[in-house]
Design a protein around this ligand. Structure first.
Ligand SMILES: [Zn+2]
Length: 390
């Protein structure tokens, strides 16, 4: 099965990148190609230097003579991913298989677009020049942020207060390398599709919960290209049993129940009746107060966990998938003792004739968002290389 692509040359290159070193026999079998077709497809990629055929090993089946192995050496190609939040620039330098080689997080100096663009350029230079190899192995740069993004322009982002900001033009050329701009959840979904759950699961959704909530979808190996890209079409779906209110005044929608601001204000509302200290200030503070016995905070976490389980169940059902990756800064709340209702709530509306849902929790760290941005640059680079060598 060709998985990511209809084009078989791209499918071969993608499979060698992700699964290599791999024998020709294993590659042909896994992609459903004849040996002759594979040879025709692989030859220009070897001649052009993208695929290395110098390795020797045994086929995955363990049967047969030692054979030539095909590989795209991951360490030969580096990529920078930049994820912007309204407060921080998160950056990662990865190899071609998305393994992190270096990273950094710096405070955003200002949300003025020109200032942000300048800080992006500085961050790229700092990260790359810390490496012994410098710019030599860098093949591309990916930038991601929350909001609607099209053709290098941020059409709208509530996190930055931007409308129609031509961010890529402001960043300008970086040593003739491709620089890409994507919505952050699109980039995170690509990271899971290529280098995460997608390696073993053909269909799943990716949910991020933090300052916003939304989902991405991979069906049969391919990421669904959202029609309303960056808008978060499930951000305002009604959740059974939820009571929060969102910026549009919806009572009981996902945004009003699950976003960090909503959860903190729910906890703060109960606390404010007797204590006027405006806490909790952030999610760490929420957990600290819950540990100290603050019942408003304990129950805000419990309510969040149950609402999140309802959200996951609702969206998985509509998306016709049973696997969900959970990521975002609020996910660590599920590790606390007050979140014990999550698993029970996950089965509340379960159809016993269907398989149970599997939730794959991620760390919620912003390093993953930066690696997602880098993954967009990896995919773009691979597609460009294959086109050049046809
Ligand atoms: Zn809403």
């Amino acid at each position: 099965m060709l998985r990511f692509y209809d084009d078989s040359a791209l499918a071969v290159a993608a499979h060698v990148l992700i699964e290599g070193p791999v024998s020709r026999a294993d590659l042909a079998r896994e992609l459903g190609l004849s040996g002759a077709t594979l040879t025709r497809l692989v030859r220009p990629l070897i001649n052009g230097g993208l695929i290395d055929d110098g390795g020797i090993g045994v086929p995955q089946t363990g049967v047969g003579r030692p054979t030539q192995l095909l590989e795209i050496p991951p360490a030969e190609h580096h990529f920078v991913g930049i994820n912007l939040t309204s407060t921080t620039v998160h950056a990662a330098l990865t190899d071609a298989r998305s393994q992190g080689l270096a990273g950094q997080a710096t405070k955003l100096r200002s949300t003025d677009p020109h200032s942000v663009a300048e800080q992006i350029r500085e961050t790229i230079a700092t990260l790359v020049e810390q490496q012994q190899s410098g710019w030599q192995h860098l093949r591309g740069i990916g930038i991601s942020l929350g909001g609607q993004v099209s053709g290098g322009v941020v059409e709208h982002s509530r996190f930055f207060g931007w409308d129609d900001v031509d961010l890529l033009s402001m960043v300008g050329p970086v040593r003739d390398l491709p620089v890409l701009l994507h919505n952050d959840l699109v980039a995170l979904t690509m990271l899971e599709q290529w280098f995460g759950l997608g390696r073993t699961h053909p269909s799943f959704m990716v949910t991020s919960v933090g300052s916003g909530i939304g989902h991405g979808l991979v069906h049969h190996g391919r990421a669904v290209d959202p029609v309303f890209r960056g808008h978060g079409t499930t951000s305002h779906i009604p959740l059974a049993g939820a009571h929060g209110v969102c910026q549009y005044g919806h009572l009981g929608c996902a945004n009003g129940a699950l976003t960090t601001g909503a959860v903190l204000s729910r906890a703060g509302a109960g606390r404010s009746i007797t204590v006027g200290d405006s806490r909790p200030h952030d999610l760490d503070d929420l957990v600290a107060l819950a540990r100290a016995g603050d019942l408003s905070c304990c129950n805000a976490i419990a309510e969040f966990s149950q609402n999140l389980a309802t959200y996951v169940q609702t969206v998985c059902s509509a998306a016709m998938v049973v696997d969900a990756v959970l990521d975002g800064e609020a996910v660590p709340l599920l590790e606390t003792p007050w979140a014990s209702g999550f698993d029970e709530q996950l089965t509340r509306f379960h159809n016993p004739r269907l398989p149970a849902l599997n939730v794959h929790r991620r760390s919620g760290s912003f390093e993953r968002w930066a690696r997602g941005a880098a993954a967009t640059a990896i995919v773009h680079w691979l597609e460009t290389q294959v086109d050049l060598q046809r």
